[in-house]
Unconditional design. Structure first.
Length: 427
C-alpha cells in the first residue's frame, strides 16, 4: 500500500515514482487476454500505475460491457439505471484488478467522470444521463467496498474544473464531488485520494485541497497551454504553498491532434518528453501520467463493432491500441523515471528562473546534482546557476544515452544531439 511522506509517495518504505499509463476505458472495453498482454507490455517499460475510469468513458469506443442496466436510443443517447448494478461488469473489473495486483501495479480509479455531473464543460457533448444526486452515496460505497482490497488510489473527479469560466458552472461540481469524497472516505478511511482537474488548471476548492493526499493536474492537450506543465507546479509550490506530492497526471497524449494548433499535427514523443521533464524539474517530481491516443479510448480496429462515439472527428482519429504499444513515448517516460530515481531519489528543488528570458529551460537540484532540461541543443553558460563547472554529462533523450559534455570557460559546448537533452552536473 502506498504512503505519503512529505512531497513523495512511498511503497514498502521506498520512494515510489508514480509512472502511469492512461487506460480510461479498461473496464468497459478490454478483453481479459488483451488486458494481460497490455499490462505486460507497459510493465516492461517501467509503468507501475494504470489510470482507469470506473464507468464508461464519454469519448471512447463503444463498450463491450456496461456497469448498469442501460437503454440505448437510435440517436446515440444512452441512459443508465443507476439502481440496477451489472454484477458481471464489476466481477470482470475485479479480475482485471487481480491481474494488476499480480504484477505489483497500482490502479488509480476515477469514481465519477465529469459527464455524470451537471453543468460541466462536457455538458454540450455528452449523450448519457447524469447520476441522480441521491444515488451518489450508494454507488460510491458499492464501488469502494468492492475494490478497496486492491489498495487503489481513489480519484474523486474526472476532467472537471471548479472555475466559472463560461464553459462550466462550479456549484454543481462542488456539491456532487463533496458527496463522492465523503462517501469514499467513509467506505475507505485508510485510502489515498486525489482529483483529476481539467486541462491547464490548478483550481481546486480549499475544502478539497485540505482532504487530498496529493495534487494531480493535467498540462493537457492544448497547443498554447503546454507551458502549464511547469507553470502549475511552480504556482502550487510558491504561491499556494502546497507541500504534498504533485503529479502531472495527464501530459499531452502521444498521437493526439494538438488542440487549437495553427496547422493540424499530432503530439510526438518529443512533445511528451518536453512536458514531462519540464513538469518534473518544476516541482511535479512525484510522478507523471503518460497517454497514447488509442489506448485510453481502447480503439480496436480488429473489432469493427466497436465504433467510436460521434464526437471523434477526422482530426481526432485514434490509432489502434496495438500500434500505440509501439510508440516510443512510454519508453521515454520509463527512462525519465530511471534517471530521477538514480539521481534524485531523495527529491529535487526546482530553480524558478534557471536562465533569464528563457523559461522553456527548466532546472532543479539536490545536494548532489543539478539537472537542466534543454528543449533544443544549445550552448549553456553555467554562470547563471552560480556554478563553476569543468565536467558534466549530457543525456540525449531521443536516443536515451549519456554523452560526456565539453565545457570551455564555464560554457557547455554544442554536442551532436538532434532533439532535446538533460544536462547533469555533479556538485
Amino acid at each position: 500500500m502506498l504512503k505519503i511522506k512529505g512531497k513523495y509517495l512511498f511503497k514498502d518504505n521506498k520512494r515510489f515514482f508514480y509512472l502511469a499509463d492512461t487506460c480510461w476505458s479498461a473496464f468497459t472495453s478490454i478483453q481479459l487476454s488483451d488486458w494481460r498482454y497490455y499490462l505486460d507490455a507497459r510493465q516492461a517499460e517501467g509503468v507501475n500505475v494504470i489510470q482507469i475510469n470506473v464507468l464508461r468513458q464519454w469519448d471512447s469506443s463503444q463498450p463491450i460491457r456496461e456497469p448498469f442496466a442501460v437503454r440505448n436510443s437510435a440517436n446515440g443517447m444512452y441512459q443508465y439505471d443507476f439502481r440496477k448494478v451489472n454484477e458481471s461488469y464489476f466481477a470482470n473489473a475485479e479480475k482485471m484488478l487481480e491481474e494488476m495486483s499480480y504484477r505489483g501495479m497500482i490502479p488509480v480509479l476515477v469514481l465519477l467522470w465529469g459527464n455524470y455531473v451537471p453543468d460541466t464543460w462536457m455538458s454540450k457533448y455528452i449523450k448519457n444521463n447524469t447520476i441522480p444526486f441521491d444515488l451518489i452515496e450508494s454507488y460510491v460505497t458499492y464501488v469502494v467496498n468492492r475494490f478497496k482490497r486492491f489498495n487503489p488510489i481513489w480519484c474523486i473527479s474526472g476532467d472537471v474544473g471548479f472555475t466559472d469560466n463560461g464553459k462550466q458552472k462550479p456549484n454543481a461540481a462542488v456539491k456532487y464531488y463533496r458527496e463522492v469524497l465523503n462517501a469514499a472516505k467513509k467506505a475507505d478511511p485508510a485510502g489515498l485520494f486525489t482529483f483529476h482537474i481539467n486541462g491547464e488548471s490548478h483550481d481546486l476548492p480549499k475544502e478539497f485541497v485540505d482532504q487530498i493526499d496529493f495534487y494531480c493536474y493535467q498540462s493537457g492537450h492544448g497547443y498554447y497551454g503546454q507551458t502549464s506543465a511547469y507553470e502549475i507546479p511552480l504556482i502550487l509550490r510558491n504561491k499556494e504553498r502546497y507541500e504534498g506530492p504533485i503529479i502531472d497526471a495527464e501530459l499531452c497524449y502521444e498521437g493526439l491532434t494538438k488542440m487549437k494548433a495553427p496547422e493540424p499535427e499530432r503530439y510526438c514523443a518529443r512533445d511528451v518528453r518536453c512536458a514531462a521533464w519540464r513538469a518534473v524539474l518544476s516541482g511535479a517530481d512525484a510522478g507523471i501520467g503518460y497517454g497514447a491516443f488509442g489506448i485510453w479510448p481502447w480503439n480496436d480496429t480488429a473489432k469493427p463493432e466497436q465504433k467510436l462515439e460521434s464526437n471523434f472527428n477526422v482530426q481526432l482519429t485514434p490509432y489502434d491500441w496495438r500500434d500505440c504499444l509501439k510508440f516510443s513515448g512510454a519508453k521515454d517516460m520509463g527512462f525519465l523515471k530511471t534517471i530521477v530515481m538514480q539521481l534524485a531519489e531523495s527529491g529535487l528543488s526546482p530553480i524558478e528562473v534557471p536562465v533569464k528570458n528563457n523559461p522553456t529551460i527548466r532546472a532543479a537540484q539536490n545536494d548532489q546534482y543539478l539537472l537542466i532540461y534543454l528543449p533544443s541543443p544549445t550552448k549553456l553558460d553555467f554562470t547563471s546557476f552560480g556554478l563553476t563547472v569543468s565536467t558534466c554529462q549530457v543525456i540525449d533523450l531521443q536516443k536515451r544515452y549519456f554523452l560526456t559534455g565539453k565545457v570551455l570557460n564555464n560554457v557547455l559546448q554544442l554536442l551532436p544531439v538532434a532533439e532535446d537533452e538533460v544536462v547533469v552536473v555533479k556538485k
